[in-house]
Ligand binder design. Structure first.
Ligand SMILES: NC(=O)c1ccc[n+]([C@@H]2O[C@H](COP(=O)([O-])OP(=O)(O)OC[C@H]3O[C@@H](n4cnc5c(N)ncnc54)[C@H](O)[C@@H]3O)[C@@H](O)[C@H]2O)c1
Length: 295
């Protein structure tokens, strides 16, 4: 771990402050988001350890990363396929895998949690003794609530990536009242090193993007549920009428209906019977082959 001096991004402080230069990153959870974060961190020269509950899942994660890198290389190295192959090899070499969280976090500068959206399971994870910065990629849980299981709340923040991580430029960096300035600066800086654009937000429900996006998706589901418009027409309307690149129902499938529905008691999200039914049937969107649409 090393320290650097950097100019701070708008919203926190205007003075130059120290932040931790992050080299070794442990990512816990090798699913959609974890694999994407691992790919981006490894592509920018970080040494990454990806942790999940079984070797089979981790093999799948590595396959996902390789598949995604092949797509990147096709574009970036179109006229230099050998350099592309070399790039993939180098990036994959930067990723090691483990099913043992405790040993995986030992030499980490930063631990990013991207496991299932469940407060208790996330809290259990962060009771591990650690000297590094912890960051959760949660979409809908409170960072303070997750951090409450650790005594090192000054080194705990949110690092909210968007799906698919290699394509989406935004990272929301979330600070709780207990998060130190140094931790926030480190997370902002790390996001920039990943060639993302960070924005800062307090630990408020849904942060910026989901606070605005999820109510829109839920209203689209209710329109469809009431039979006011077909799912195809709802998506066309928002693409052509509001300039969105994806319709809200297609986007819901993309995000994962279980993720959208992970806090059904929150009035902001105000769930629907149709959404509950699809989730109960395991129709979670793209990742299971069916949600509002079939894939
Ligand atoms: N999917 C999205 O669009 C999206 C966007 C931003 C943030 N997020 C957040 O990212 C997190 C992960 O979402 P996802 O879509 O990648 O889910 P996912 O289901 O694809 O992956 C979760 C992974 O975590 C693993 N896991 C579960 N418990 C674990 C444990 N105790 N230790 C280690 N690994 C464990 C699972 O085996 C699985 O591989 C959630 O908190 C979610 O809110 C998701």
């Amino acid at each position: 771990m090393a320290f650097a001096t950097s100019q701070v991004v708008r919203g926190f402080s205007s003075s130059a402050v120290r932040n931790v230069v992050i080299k070794n990153v442990t990512i816990i959870g090798g699913g959609q988001m974890g694999a994407g974060i691992a790919q981006v961190a490894a592509s920018t020269g970080h040494s990454v350890t990806l942790v999940d509950t079984s070797d089979d899942i981790l093999k799948k994660s590595i396959k996902t990363i390789e598949g995604s890198l092949k797509r990147v290389v096709k574009k970036k190295f179109a006229d230099k396929p050998e350099a592309g192959e070399e790039f993939i090899k180098k990036v994959v070499q930067n990723v090691s895998t483990s099913t043992d969280v405790e040993s995986a976090v030992q030499s980490s500068d930063l631990v990013v949690e991207a496991i299932v959206e469940n407060l208790k399971i996330k809290q259990d994870l962060f009771t591990l003794p650690q000297h590094t910065i912890f960051a959760s990629n949660t979409s809908s849980l409170s960072i303070s609530d997750i951090a409450s299981s650790t005594s090192r709340q000054d080194r705990f923040g949110g690092l909210h990536f968007f799906n698919p991580v290699p394509m989406m430029k935004l990272v929301e960096v979330i600070g709780t009242p207990a998060t130190s300035q140094e931790t926030l600066d480190s997370l902002l800086n790390f996001s920039k090193v990943l060639r993302k654009t960070p924005v800062s937000c307090k630990d408020t429900f849904g942060f910026v993007v989901n606070r605005l996006l999820v109510p829109c998706i839920m209203e689209a589901i209710r329109l469809y549920e009431r039979g006011d418009a077909s799912k195809e027409d709802i998506d066309i309307a928002m693409k052509l009428g509001a300039g969105h690149p994806m319709g809200p129902l297609e986007l819901a499938d993309y995000i994962g209906l279980d993720i959208i529905n992970s806090d059904p008691n929150n009035p902001l999200f105000n769930s629907s019977d149709l959404l509950n039914k699809l989730v109960a049937e395991g129709k979670l969107g793209r990742k299971t082959g069916e949600g509002f649409f079939k894939y």
